[in-house]
Design a protein around this ligand. Structure first.
Ligand code: PEP
Length: 250
């Protein structure tokens, strides 16, 4: 049985004040324990604050991105070991906003995935199709290409120490959620692709769904057999909304 995992992606949101009240709210809500594993990924500059507030709790934290380079002359970048310094467990790689707004290629995302694992972080590898790609019937081809970039560079075994997040781009921040069956179909396809190479890895890897997950749709999504939790954007910025999602797996 794979444990349900819910991770908040704060994106470029937050302030010292709002982070404090958000995390106090989440901590209180989860104080009696949770069957669901929970994490939050704040902007880099708040990692120190978040680590202090979450130390000693069951809530993990992580980065939203990292450099594919080792430390050195790369102004503005953040290396994997720096995330480790601040106690990160996870790091998101290949979020669709990184791919579309900052031109991250499949190969670059695979290199970031590699750097994360070398440092002992668990990469959360985001994959997902654009609306035009879905409408053209190319969803599986796109997701396969994104997944294969990692498998070809690092081998299928690398996925055993990672999380995959299926995030249809047309559902991110739009209020349009994939139906549970639409999401399940792609999750099953992803797991099947991995199983063709290594059934054990496929059985183990957590595949999260992301794209307008809210308190009122999380339970039906998480009930699907290949959906192992969610990567949550907008709803992770409100403690009650995020807690409802964390509690959605029953
Ligand atoms: C995301 O940014 O990963 C995401 C899924 O955002 P939202 O929940 O706001 O659609």
């Amino acid at each position: 049985m794979r444990q349900i995992l819910v991770v908040g992606n704060w994106k470029m949101n937050g302030s010292i004040e709002s982070n404090q009240s958000l995390l106090e709210g989440i901590k209180q809500g989860l104080a009696n324990g949770s069957q669901t594993a929970v994490g939050v990924c704040p902007p880099y500059v708040y990692l120190q604050q978040v680590s202090e507030l979450l130390k000693g709790t069951n809530i993990a934290w992580g980065g939203e991105n990292l450099s594919e380079q080792n430390p050195g002359a790369f102004t503005g970048e953040v290396a994997a070991n720096m995330l480790v310094d601040f106690g990160c467990k996870y790091v998101i790689v290949g979020h669709s906003e990184r791919r579309s707004l900052y031109g991250e290629s499949d190969e670059l995302v695979a290199s970031k995935f590699a750097k994360a694992q070398e440092a002992g972080l668990i990469p959360i590898l985001c994959v997902g199709e654009l609306l035009e790609e879905r409408e053209a019937g190319n969803t599986e081809a796109v997701v396969k290409r994104q997944l294969d970039a990692v498998i070809n560079q690092l081998g299928v075994a690398s996925l055993a120490k990672s999380v995959v997040a299926y995030e249809p781009v047309w559902a991110i921040g739009t209020g349009k959620t994939a139906t549970p069956q639409q999401a399940q179909d792609v999750h099953a396809f992803i797991r099947g692709q991995i199983a063709e190479k290594d059934a054990g890895v496929a059985e183990k890897v957590q595949i999260l769904y992301g794209g307008s997950v809210k308190g009122n749709n999380a339970a039906e999504l998480f009930a699907m057999s290949d959906i192992d939790g969610g990567l949550i954007g907008g709803a992770s910025l409100n403690a009650n909304d995020f807690l409802t999602i964390c509690q959605a797996s029953g």
